[in-house]
Design a protein around this ligand. Structure first.
Ligand code: ADP
Ligand code: MG
Length: 643
């Protein structure tokens, strides 16, 4: 008796569904991609209960002919490719003809469609893979795909669904990716009948970035672009001060498709090397355009990973485009746009002066950081980094390194040429210890050189200061100590009612959420005590009119955003003193030097000199110790020197 038999279509589809439909979010992705392929100009997505009850995508695309309806839900039936050759000419999101059949095998699916010119629409229903008859129905031009009771006949999968909020989070992520890839597509997302996003069509990707990620981020993005024989790369990358603790702020699109690529992710990380603290990731929205025959998108059922024909040169292109951007003071290119770009690659709609300011700030800041940066001598040889299996030879990478060193050098001269501060001060968008230190009372005697020169100070791991003392050695947490110093100083000033306030040249508009904006305005006098002057501007915009003089270099929009969060969260009215105290902690923490920040010898000395000015030098305002003492006796005991 033969043992091998062909599987029934239903089973085949269920198996395929296992690959394509991981969770409700995957269904949303597939349906949205079908709408994009159908050249829709508008999509509406309705979700019920995180997608487990309902996923409905309605578009105004070209629709499906009634005769094709049963085929649309049949596996390996597609209108997008014909032969194997077409696999390397794919310009559509779909081509496998698998999605609808897979989804229909594990849900109750209804597909309604009407083409332009047809009198009415037609629909077909599929219940757990059982295809019903095609019937006429009323509907507008376009297609409505409705998926109910996902995983109803695969109980194990259904059981593995996470909370409604988590599943909706995934849906929202897929929606965001498509919305960023297709800014001209008007898109609505509703959850349990409430609108979550309503996106008008736009020619500017920046409009979408602003809607999804807020104006603060959008205004600090840096435009990048480059063109090689093979590929065009364009998009926006985040100012280094906008780093994240995960890669969630990184979006890469290939020919309009969101993809994940470890090699290019790595290149992005390399581009920011020396600009970010370890464990921080840059924000980036990058778009790659290359001829479809340069890439195989058919290596993964969800097509989230692709294989490039020449992964190495893309790696190099991304790295050098960004590095050059960071290093040059060529400001023209921030705002100039070559003719004939695709619509989505429109010039950034930002104020050129603002871009100029940003660029100067960045160049000044990067200058110091990059001086310490040495290009890697080896490429991460891990072949899994390049899906193509190609590895970049050291030789080849060596030349990138050389290129970057050259660019670094150019930056130094360029930066000086622009009259950037050449006094070695670095500005992390937070607070540099030098100016902070020198503004502290009684600090005059603490200038470099007047401290005790005999005592050694060493910074280790860019985080701790190790100091030789009469008692033995002291290890100091640089952030904790500076935070404490700042806190004590601010507190004293607040108590004395003497916080010096610096007026902004022009009131600076800052955007907040509605709750946060009103919390700030309701607590205006409290903020005045802290040295902040805020004014109402209308809507959710607040004008920053003054800031504490000693926090001249701090990022006030961030500090105020955190203060607003605290004020908005403080449910029942806490005492004024408590609020003030917690705001002082917050400001001190924001303004203090961070762990991971390299300090110059004079900055270390200045910081240490102020240790003696504060009431409790041993703990930061959060109560963590600022210093550990290892006595000479203890050292001698450990080394067996005590008799
Ligand atoms: P694929 O997208 O890979 O071709 P699908 O299973 O997603 O496979 O869809 C099968 C076919 O159904 C598509 O090739 C397309 O012809 C048709 N189709 C699906 N959704 C739509 C839609 N929203 N508008 C027009 N046609 C659609
Ligand atoms: Mg499809």
């Amino acid at each position: 008796m033969s043992r091998i038999h062909a599987l029934e279509t239903l089973v085949v589809n269920k198996i395929a569904a296992g690959e394509v439909v991981e969770r409700p979010g995957s269904v949303v992705k597939e349906l949205l991609e079908n709408s994009v392929d159908a050249l829709a100009s508008r999509v509406e997505v309705d979700i019920g209960e995180g997608g487990s009850e309902l996923i409905r995508v309605a578009d105004d695309g070209e629709g499906i002919h009634p005769d094709d309806l049963p085929l649309a839900v049949t596996s390996h039936a597609t209108s997008k490719i014909r032969g194997a050759d077409d696999l390397f000419r794919v310009r559509t999101m779909g081509f496998r003809g698998e999605a609808l059949a897979s989804i229909a095998s594990i849900s109750r699916l209804r597909l309604r469609s009407r083409q332009a010119g047809a009198d009415s629409g037609c629909e077909v229903s599929v219940d757990g893979g059982q295809v019903g008859p095609v019937q006429p129905c009323g509907c507008s031009v376009g297609t409505v795909t409705e998926v109910r009771s996902l995983f109803f006949n695969t109980p194990v999968r259904r059981k593995f669904l996470r909370s409604v909020a988590t599943e909706f989070g995934h849906i929202s992520e897929h929606f965001t990716r498509i919305a960023l890839a297709c800014p001209r597509l008007a898109a609505v997302l509703r959850h349990n009948e409430r609108i979550v996003y309503e996106l008008p069509p736009t020619e500017q990707i920046l409009d979408r970035l602003r809607l999804f990620f807020g104006s603060d981020l959008a205004d600090r993005l840096i435009w990048v672009e480059s063109q090689t024989d093979q590929a065009r790369l364009w998009g926006y990358v985040g100012h280094p001060s906008e780093s994240r603790s995960t890669r969630k702020g990184q979006f890469l699109f290939l020919n309009g498709r969101w993809i994940q690529d470890r090699s290019l992710q790595h290149a992005l990380g390399e581009a920011y090397r020396g600009l970010l603290m370890t464990g921080r990731y840059p924000v980036a929205f990058l778009f790659l355009e290359l001829s479809p025959d340069q890439v195989d998108v058919n290596i993964h059922p969800t097509k989230a990973e692709v294989r490039f024909r020449d992964a190495q040169s893309l790696y190099r292109q991304l790295l050098s485009t960004l590095r050059t951007r960071f290093l040059t003071a060529d400001l023209e290119s921030t705002v100039s746009v070559p003719a004939g770009l695709q619509v989505a690659a429109q010039p950034p709609a930002v104020d050129p002066n603002r871009q100029l300011g940003l660029q100067l700030e960045l160049a000044a800041w990067a200058k110091d950081r990059l001086a310490q940066w040495t290009p890697p001598t080896t490429f991460p040889g891990d072949s899994s980094l390049t899906p193509s299996g190609h590895e970049l030879g050291n030789e080849e990478f060596g030349s990138i390194g050389a290129e970057i060193i050259r660019a670094d050098r150019e930056l130094h001269s360029a930066a000086t040429g622009f009259g950037l501060p050449d006094n070695g001060e670095f500005n992390t968008g937070g607070f540099a210890p030098g100016p902070a230190a020198s503004s502290l009372p009684g600090n005059q005697g603490a200038s470099p050189g007047t401290g005790s020169p005999a005592k050694q100070i060493m910074q280790v791991h860019d985080c701790y200061l190790v100091v030789e003392t009469d008692e033995g050695i002291t290890v100091i947490d640089q952030h904790a100590l500076h935070e404490r110093v700042m806190y004590e100083h601010l507190r004293r000033r607040v108590i004395e009612g003497a916080v010096e306030s610096q007026k902004t040249l022009v009131p600076q508009p800052l955007e907040f959420g509605p709750r946060e904006a009103s919390a700030l305005l309701e607590n205006k006098d409290l903020l005045t005590q802290l040295g902040y002057g805020v004014e109402e501007f209308g809507g959710t915009t607040v004008l920053l009119a003054a800031y504490p003089a000693m926090l001249a270099q701090a990022d006030h929009s961030r500090i105020l955003a955190d203060i607003a969060d605290q004020l908005a969260a403080a449910g029942q009215k806490p005492s004024r003193r408590d609020i003030l105290d917690s705001l002082l902690h917050l400001m001190a923490c924001k303004a203090a030097v961070k762990a991971g920040q390299r300090l110059k010898p004079e900055e270390m000395e200045s910081l240490l000199a102020q240790r003696h000015l504060i009431d409790d030098a041993h703990h930061c305002p959060h109560g963590r110790p600022t210093a550990l003492v290892l006595t000479r006796t203890e050292l001698d005991r450990q080394f067996g020197r005590l008799g």
